[in-house]
Design a protein around this ligand. Structure first.
Ligand code: SF4
Ligand code: SF4
Length: 203
């Protein structure tokens, strides 16, 4: 039989009289330390559905799907795949759309589907080709950030017209029929269609 080394014996005796290094959770209360990175929590009022967090999420725990029929973007966050790296919080364009909380161990579950959250945001689509421009909340965030300068963009002016109902959406003068015309500069157009109209205006 081998005898324990003196160093190991000393450590065993010390640990008998010292406090445990591990937390008693889940038997006891979990007290997160400063800078603890737990489950990301979305702030619905400050998330504009811009896609940035999905682009920086290393394990693809955040994915987006756009439906041009319904005009809805669905953001799916699967916290079963999250590695709590904090990239989504760090790169969020509003700075408040998602924050890491101090929940972590409470994510333990038997049914992984309970860890999936979904959000929906309205899309802005091109009146001509139905291409996705961005979400309406994202565009509003840009207005607020830029102030009046935002209206130097013809797209934003057309959206302002639409919002203030200066032109009606069913206005036959603005209807895009077979091809884009100069008057269609007042429609909500994607950059590609807008470029075609601008070329017509200049020619
Ligand atoms: S980056 Fe921020 S605002 Fe954009 S979708 Fe993610 S949480 Fe929302
Ligand atoms: S913390 Fe990291 S892994 Fe988790 S959702 Fe955010 S970016 Fe993705």
């Amino acid at each position: 039989m081998k005898y324990p080394k003196l160093r190991e014996l000393k450590e065993a005796i010390i640990s008998l009289f010292s406090k445990p290094y591990t937390l008693p959770y889940p038997k006891g209360e979990f007290k997160p330390f400063t800078g603890y990175r737990g489950k990301p929590v979305v702030d619905e009022d400050n998330c504009v559905g811009c896609e940035t967090c999905a682009n920086v999420c290393p394990p693809n725990a955040i994915v987006f799907s756009d439906n041009t029929e319904t005009g809805i973007r669905t953001i799916t966050r699967d916290y079963g795949q999250c590695i709590f790296c904090g990239q989504c919080e760090e790169h969020c364009i509003t700075g408040k759309g998602v924050k890491l909380s101090d929940e972590l161990f409470d994510l333990s579950c038997l049914d992984r589907s309970v860890l999936v959250e979904k959000q929906e945001r309205e899309l802005i689509l091109c009146d001509n080709c139905n291409a996705i421009i961005t979400t309406r909340d994202h565009m509003r965030f840009i207005y607020d950030k830029l102030g009046p300068i935002a209206y130097s963009s013809v797209l934003n002016l057309s959206m302002l017209n639409q919002r203030l109902k200066i032109t009606k959406s069913d206005d036959t003068d603005l209807e895009i029929t077979d091809e884009l015309r100069r008057k269609n500069v007042f429609n909500v157009l994607c950059p590609n269609c807008n470029r075609k109209v601008q070329v017509k205006i200049l020619s």
